[in-house]
Design a protein around this ligand. Structure first.
Ligand SMILES: [Zn+2]
Length: 194
């Protein structure tokens, strides 16, 4: 299982790459304040709750939490306030390489850093929004220095590629995405998933 030192390392990787865009007051939160490295029981309880109130309606899933619980390696609680927001990491992450674990941790940290108008608000609208949020989050994660092959880990490869095409299409798109994700300056992401 990753340690809090691993979480801190993954957080630092994100700050090294995107620190200029991260609101200063969020940089002070430490790994132990924001992360729950869950055991099976903690993970089961938290995931089932969050699945029913957020992920299932936003994604219009018909399946129940039990169908997903082993495939999801982490999530961030969808609270508006960062003081209450937590990263949950599944014990199943132990089955992955250390590099993959760090990538999951950085991905979840970017969700944690996200402005509330991006996550959870934009995500929870549903439709293509959850995929846009995941693709953008994974693109920013890969840019922190992770191997591209690891991006298939949470099965967001196609979302990554769509985001990559959108960012490549217009040099203004990455600054717009960064302003939206980290600072809540809304931009139209609908062309990522036409
Ligand atoms: Zn995610």
């Amino acid at each position: 299982m990753p340690t809090l030192a691993d979480v801190a390392q993954a957080m630092q990787a994100v700050q090294n790459q995107w620190g200029a865009y991260i609101p200063a007051h969020l940089k002070n939160y430490k790994a132990d304040q924001i992360t729950i490295l869950a055991n099976e029981q903690q993970w089961g309880t938290a995931f089932r709750f969050i699945y029913d109130v957020v992920f299932k309606p936003a994604n219009q899933f018909n399946q129940e939490a039990g169908d997903f619980i082993d495939g999801v390696l982490g999530f961030v609680t969808p609270t508006f306030s960062h003081t209450k927001r937590k990263i949950y990491i599944s014990p199943k992450v132990q089955g992955y390489t250390r590099a993959q674990q760090l990538m999951v941790l950085s991905h979840e940290y970017i969700h944690w850093l996200s402005h509330e108008s991006f996550y959870p608000s934009y995500y929870m609208v549903g439709g293509h929004h959850p995929f846009q949020v995941e693709g953008a989050t994974q693109w920013l994660t890969v840019a922190c220095g992770y191997q591209l092959e690891f991006q298939t880990l949470p099965a967001y490869l196609s979302e990554y590629l769509k985001t990559n095409a959108w960012i490549s299409a217009d040099k203004g798109n990455l600054p717009r995405l960064l302003a939206y994700l980290f600072n809540g300056v809304r931009t139209d992401l609908s062309s990522i998933h036409p």
